[in-house]
Ligand binder design. Structure first.
Ligand code: HAM
Length: 415
């Protein structure tokens, strides 16, 4: 009878990331953690799954994320859930549910985790990607805006990302934005027939998004009415710019509107020139979101960077593997001692490979070569009897015997 085999297969838009590429992520995360700590941000580990309505109500019903890209499902208990497409709504929920409002309303959180969006996969755009994000809650001062923007710059610069430009804009507040919204609707309605299908729908529901459209956006640059900020929003935006000047190069771009619903006042993007998906990081103020999610009026600002895109903008660097040793056992009777020596070396912090004791010497030496070991430590019956091991330099081929007692110290001098 013909046997049918199951062939394991990766889902389109998802990836396996092996070493050395995965080390770029670790390096970026370590860089970010160090700078978060300097700025006084503490880590918040969030769940991957939330109630779907959390994102509908915060990210926004009319956004592409909620309308087209969310992995949403019903669980066995008939709850409508979603795999998180972004981190901000979860942070706000956690802030409210854990009563920070009462106890410690000013909070600086950071998070590192994978987000999920069913977008059309292409270079720099994945269905599962890593975000490193920060949310500064409870500070309405322009200095908070400047602080988070400079913190983002410090992280990407420390990591070595190059050739990015920083764009900022102000989307105003609930007082000045409705006027701008109407002015945009009036202007765009005259050109309605020329708009793409998506923008025809956006026109009524979320006209600012038309400026952000890949198809229609560019042709309106310089022609659309510009935002007239109310005096308070203008003063806030001026102050943010004053604080940033001289510390970071930035461009004020009136076409920068962002694709999520909750923003007010300052928004910003770090863009890397030659990448097809060019926002390496983005964020802004969301002074109404916490109130809209059931809390008291609480200002907040934050950002998230796409780890893959930040890594791409630097260029992936394959970090040098530290030198290692590989323990080889020539006989069954030596296996246990060889294994114990491996653990002793590891306990001393020495990168130690080995353990393929079912293979013959040729197979084990091949392993030493493959894992890039600088030295092989070979144990046979004669060595075991004398309580020594043969240390072979795999570059020069030279070898000598080292007593078990001195092995850790000897190897430490070499690797
Ligand atoms: P966002 O602009 O949707 O904002 O995403 C932030 C960053 O995540 C983007 O600039 C990009 O680098 C990365 N990113 C987004 N989608 C993908 C994808 N499909 N593949 C690879 N990278 C991607 C937010 O998510 C907001 N929560 C940011 C924020 C925090 N605003 C305030 N606080």
């Amino acid at each position: 009878m013909l046997k049918s085999y199951y062939m394991a297969k990766l889902v389109r838009g998802f990836r396996d990331i092996f070493e050395p590429q995965s080390k770029n992520f670790t390096e970026l995360e370590m860089c970010a953690r160090r700078i978060f700590s300097v700025y006084g941000f503490g880590e918040l580990r969030l769940p991957t799954i939330e109630l779907k309505e959390l994102f509908v109500k915060s990210t926004g019903e009319t956004t592409d994320i909620v309308q087209k890209e969310m992995y949403a499902f019903e669980d066995a208990g008939h709850r409508q859930l979603a795999v998180r497409p972004e981190g901000t709504p979860g942070v706000v929920r956690a802030y409210l549910e854990n009563n920070f409002v009462q106890n410690a309303p000013v909070q600086k959180f950071y998070y590192i985790g994978n987000m999920f969006r069913a977008e059309r996969p292409q270079a720099g755009r994945y269905r599962e990607f890593e975000q490193i994000g920060a949310e500064y809650i409870g500070n309405s001062a322009p200095s908070a805006d400047a602080e988070v923007i400079l913190m983002l710059k410090d992280i990407v610069s420390a990591f070595g990302a190059k050739n990015y430009r920083v764009k900022i804009n102000s989307l105003g507040c609930d007082k000045c934005r409705p006027l701008y919204r109407q002015a945009l609707i009036d202007f765009l309605s005259k050109e309605k027939d020329t708009l793409c299908e998506n923008c025809q729908t956006r026109l009524e529901k979320n006209p600012l998004r038309v400026l952000d459209c890949k198809i229609d956006g560019a042709r309106f640059a310089g022609r659309v009415p510009t935002m007239q900020l109310c005096p308070e929003c203008q003063a806030h935006f001026d102050e943010v710019q004053n604080l940033l000047r001289g510390k970071i190069d930035f461009i004020v771009d009136p076409m920068l509107v962002r694709g999520l619903d909750y923003y007010s006042r300052t928004v910003f993007e770090f863009q890397a020139g030659d990448q097809s998906q060019n926002a390496i990081a983005a964020g802004g103020r969301y002074d109404s979101l916490i109130k809209n999610m059931g809390g008291p009026a609480t200002p907040a600002i934050g950002w998230a960077m796409g780890a893959e895109r930040v890594i791409m903008s630097r260029g992936e660097i394959a970090p040098q593997k530290p030198k290692s040793v590989c323990v080889v056992s020539l006989e069954k009777a030596c296996n246990q001692t060889a294994f114990n020596l491996m653990q002793t070396l590891r306990a001393a912090g020495i990168r130690t490979e080995g353990g393929l004791f079912d293979k013959n010497i040729k197979g084990q030496m091949k392993q030493a070569d493959r894992c890039g070991a600088g030295y092989a430590l070979i144990l046979g019956g004669d060595e075991l009897a004398k309580q020594v091991i043969t240390l072979k330099d795999l570059t020069t081929g030279e070898q000598r015997q080292v007593a078990f007692d001195c092995l850790t110290d000897e190897v430490k001098k070499l690797v």
